[in-house]
Design a protein around this ligand. Structure first.
Ligand code: NAG
Ligand code: NAG
Ligand code: NAG
Ligand code: NAG
Length: 209
């Protein structure tokens, strides 16, 4: 491998495991299916356009329940502290984003004990100030996440089908192997008997000749 090719290895590793490489930020979409009674991570990542520029950010979460037509403010994160702003989420929201830094790029929160009432659209809002040597620049980012609450974790049809196919093919292959073994055994046994009979008859013929 040439030196140039070797250089690509860490780059590829970075692309596939971006979080291991310090500073790299990738905007991963949130899951959208929460399970009743369990916890659920509402993911919201907003990367700085210029990773090397120091910044500080606050994150706010809004929620519009299914059937409602307006967003209400449910959570606010600023200066390393989170505040729950809505009674419906009292003691049920926890910060799951960037830790120990005001330079927040991961603004995810965690819902404890999901209820069907948590179904709806969540809006995540980043308010970021980039600090350049001579001036500050303010940007913001908004993301919407639609959450569906289900009674039990569902599995995709494809995954169920592929599991069934796996068992079918394993059992099928073993049966086929068994049939083949029996068939071969019989053939060998028959050939053996044949050979035995042939040599017997040759022996019995010899003295006469
Ligand atoms: C998210 O928050 C929950 C509740 O505090 C905690 O159990 C979980 O470990 C956190 N996950 C991450 C990745 O921080
Ligand atoms: C979640 O629900 C269970 C059972 O209803 C309860 O025991 C537990 O205290 C709840 N946890 C929170 C954080 O509300
Ligand atoms: C869900 O909302 C309905 C109507 O607002 C309310 O009566 C019910 O108590 C709520 N359920 C939970 C688990 O919060
Ligand atoms: C978000 O940024 C845009 C332009 O960058 C600005 O027009 C808008 O007022 C900002 N929104 C908030 C809520 O600060």
């Amino acid at each position: 491998m040439s030196a140039l090719q070797l250089l690509w290895v860490p780059v590829l590793l970075c692309l596939t495991h971006a979080w291991f490489c310090n500073g790299a930020c990738v905007e991963v979409d949130s899951d959208t299916e929460a399970v009743l009674g369990q916890g659920f991570k509402l993911g919201c990542i907003s990367c700085k356009m210029r990773g090397e520029v120091p910044a500080s950010a606050t994150v706010d979460w809004w929620f519009m329940a299914k059937g409602e037509s307006e967003f209400t403010h449910i959570y606010s994160y600023a200066d390393l502290t989170g505040y729950i702003m809505d009674d419906r989420f009292d003691e049920r929201l926890a910060w799951n984003g960037s830790k120990k830094t005001e330079d927040v790029q991961d603004g995810s929160i965690y819902i404890l004990n999901v209820t069907f009432n948590d179904t709806g659209t969540y809006r995540c809002f980043f308010d970021r100030t980039l600090v350049f040597p001579n001036y500050e620049y303010r940007t913001n980012a908004t993301k919407f996440i639609s959450i569906n609450v289900v009674g039990k974790a569902t599995r995709g049809m494809a995954s169920i089908l592929s599991e069934i196919m796996m068992y079918v093919s394993i059992i099928g292959l073993q049966l086929w192997l068994l049939v083949e073994m029996v068939y071969c055994y019989r053939k060998i046994a028959a050939a053996g008997e044949e050979a035995l009979r042939e040599s017997e008859s040759k022996k019995s013929l010899k003295p006469k000749a």
